[in-house]
Write a protein that binds this ligand. Structure first.
Ligand SMILES: Cc1cc2nc3c(=O)[nH]c(=O)nc-3n(C[C@H](O)[C@H](O)[C@H](O)COP(=O)(O)OP(=O)(O)OC[C@H]3O[C@@H](n4cnc5c(N)ncnc54)[C@H](O)[C@@H]3O)c2cc1C
Length: 363
């Protein structure tokens, strides 16, 4: 182990934790730091895709995630009160033929536990403040509980989110835009749920408004909407007994032009951000990190950007198209979208290629 290159992973969100776990199971204990005190307290990703479960299986993380999460077999799509169709993950010809629903905080908790089992620990309250490449080393400054620390590493993996200090220190751009519309998100306990238990519901409404709701635990749900009050966009005769958390956000759409320099690599939201429609953000980050660790082990890091950048670019384009479709207002566009969804919803074989893409099984 002493001969191994030294690697610093910046950020212990899903991407950084996956990188540390995937390196550790191959025998390399990276140092991993995060400026926060623990897993995210925010309502963020909830859907773990089949390909992420595949990638996390060798470390033992998948078994733990499956034990905690809810297996969502399908999603019902409605327009103006009428059901257009059902999208069935269960039609995927794969052993993980469902979307695993688990709040991001719990996913991060599981990954941190698996890392601990492999001998790694997240150093909390420790922020990267400066980074520069100097010859064959990467010099960094960290600010932690013990004060300012200067250190140098063979490599750095930047998984420090959308406002990445690592990316900015390298002078890499983050081209794109942020949508004007403010979205809302709420986690709530709900009684007398009137829809099929254990499934997701997407409500498309006239005027381009949309509400989405997915179970995250017993009588617990997460609602998301492109309006101010996510729960208000979920029709039906049910009772909200407790709102656990609510928040609002705008959707950034950005991508770094490349994911690596000589010795520094980017993954997850540090490299790409896009709309949550399609639930791919966290999953793309898990895939980036797994690819980084695999390529590190194969001594083939030169191809990291070439492998991962097109996947991010394609998904950004696909999620923008999906976002425009769900928010459509023009009557012709609405009619065409609804016809497409009705056809898709009633012909499961047509769903498979789309679902395989959303599942990360096809790029
Ligand atoms: C409302 C919402 C809903 C979403 N829903 C979904 C969904 O259903 N499915 C899905 O796949 N994705 C979803 N996403 C996206 C998903 O949450 C992100 O893609 C995911 O969090 C990215 O993980 P990451 O590890 O790359 O970055 P982050 O989760 O942002 O983690 C970055 C980490 O780096 C740390 N950090 C930052 N700067 C520094 C520094 N200078 N030094 C040290 N540490 C630092 C932070 O504390 C943080 O822990 C959603 C996002 C939002 C906002």
């Amino acid at each position: 182990m002493s001969e191994s290159p030294s690697i610093l992973v910046v950020g212990a969100g899903p991407t950084g934790l996956t990188a540390a776990v995937e390196l550790a199971r191959r025998g390399l204990l990276a140092r991993i730091v995060d400026r926060n005190e623990g897993p995210t307290p925010l309502s963020k990703a909830v859907g773990i895709a089949p390909h992420s479960l595949e990638l996390l299986e060798p470390s033992g993380a998948t078994g733990r995630l499956l034990a905690k999460g809810l297996r969502i077999p399908c999603g019902h799509i409605y327009f103006a009160g009428q059901e257009l169709g059902v999208v069935r993950f269960s039609t995927l010809q794969h052993r993980f033929n469902f979307l695993l629903s688990l709040p991001q905080s719990e996913t991060e908790g599981v990954l941190a536990e698996v890392l601990a089992g492999l001998g790694g620990t997240v150093e909390r309250h420790t922020a990267l403040t400066e980074l520069r490449e100097a010859g064959d080393r990467v010099e960094v400054v960290l600010q932690g509980p013990g004060g300012r620390e200067e250190a140098s590493y063979d490599m750095v993996y930047g998984a420090d989110g959308a406002h990445s200090r690592v990316r900015d220190s390298l002078g890499l751009g983050f081209e794109g835009y942020t949508h004007d519309r403010t979205w809302s998100i709420a986690d709530a306990e709900i009684a007398d749920w009137p829809y099929e238990a254990g499934t997701a519901q997407l409500f498309l409404q006239r005027g381009g408004n949309v509400g989405f709701i997915i179970p995250i635990g017993p009588d617990r749900f997460r609602a998301v909407s492109n309006t101010e009050d996510a729960l208000a966009r979920i029709p039906g005769d049910y009772r909200v007994t407790r709102v656990l958390r609510s928040d609002s956000f705008r959707i950034p759409v950005r991508q770094a032009p490349r994911y690596q320099t000589a010795r520094v690599f980017l993954g997850g939201d540090a490299a790409h951000v896009h709309s949550p429609v399609g639930a791919r953000g966290m999953n793309l980050g898990i895939e980036d990190a797994a690819a980084f660790a695999r390529r590190f082990a194969e001594d083939d890091l030169a191809g990291y950007t070439a492998e991962r950048h097109p996947v991010g670019r394609r998904w950004i384009a696909a999620s923008e198209r999906a976002l425009a479709a769900v928010q459509a207002t023009h009557p012709a566009a609405v009619a065409l979208r609804n016809l497409a969804l009705w056809t898709l919803g009633h012909l499961p074989p047509l769903q498979r290629p789309l679902l395989a893409r959303a599942a990360g099984l096809r790029s």
